[in-house]
Design a protein around this ligand. Structure first.
Ligand code: SF4
Length: 243
């Protein structure tokens, strides 16, 4: 059983940096809309749920163009359900997404809503702020944490499917449960490292620790990896000893 510690967190982060270098924020949909309004950021986060960043970016650009260049609640409401569904088609599940965007637009079009929400999220502690966002249409645990970390700079660690897989394979969590994986990284990393580690782990899951046929041979984490060590033994090979 691996002992979770800050030393382990630093080591994993160092190896991820060595493998993937500096992260290009432009590859991530929500990073591209980080400087916009909270509503626009949430739209970006909803479009990136359960799809690739490439498709989410296409959907975002298509939506922006359908709305005349400004992603604002009033424009979304005037666009109508059909127009919205067409615009966000590149992201898939377009009818469901359009419905969520419409419901969010209704909330954000209420006078003062965005400012009140921002203030309450800024003042709340991370757990309270997480709970507030979960009450909103289409916002689950990951989207709530993406908003809190990337827009508000709160100390939370969002977990996507890549991060859950890498974490389980490394043996840092016994499964892929959202809150278990989140707790692991929050325990072994410093808050200032959360954003970088989040993006590096996603990149690692996309490039090396892929869902099918992970490229373990190219992975600097293999000496510490449960999956690699178990698989190595089955194949009659010894894993490299930890250094
Ligand atoms: S050694 Fe293989 S399974 Fe383990 S983290 Fe690296 S790529 Fe993933």
């Amino acid at each position: 059983m691996i002992v979770l510690s800050k030393d382990l967190g630093s080591l994993v982060l160092e190896k991820l940096r060595e493998m993937h270098g500096e992260i290009n924020l432009e590859e991530f949909t929500v990073s591209r809309v980080r400087k916009g309004s909270l509503y626009e950021f949430i739209v970006g986060a909803v479009l990136s749920q359960n799809t690739s960043d490439k498709n989410a970016l296409k959907a975002y650009e298509s939506l922006r163009s359908a709305l005349g260049g400004a992603v604002e609640p009033q424009h979304v409401l005037s666009c109508g359900a059909k127009g919205l569904a067409n615009a966000v088609k590149p992201a898939g599940m377009n009818n469901v997404r359009a419905k969520v965007l419409f419901e969010l637009a209704k909330l954000f079009s209420e006078k003062g809503f965005e400012e009140r929400l921002k203030q309450s999220l800024r003042e709340a502690n991370s757990n309270e702020a997480h709970r507030v966002l979960l009450e909103m249409p289409g916002i689950g645990p990951k989207t709530a944490d993406v908003i809190l970390l990337m827009y508000f700079g709160k100390n939370v660690f969002p977990v996507d499917t890549h991060i859950a897989r890498v974490t389980e394979r490394l043996g840092l969590a016994s499964g892929r449960s959202y809150y278990d994986v989140r707790r692991t990284w929050m325990e072994i990393l410093k808050p200032a490292e959360y954003l970088e580690a989040h993006l590096l782990l996603i990149t690692h899951g996309r490039r090396i620790c892929r869902s099918r046929k992970p490229l373990c041979i190219n992975c600097s984490l293999k000496p510490w990896c449960k999956y690699f060590n178990e698989k190595g033994r089955k194949l009659g090979r010894e894993a490299d000893p930890p250094t």
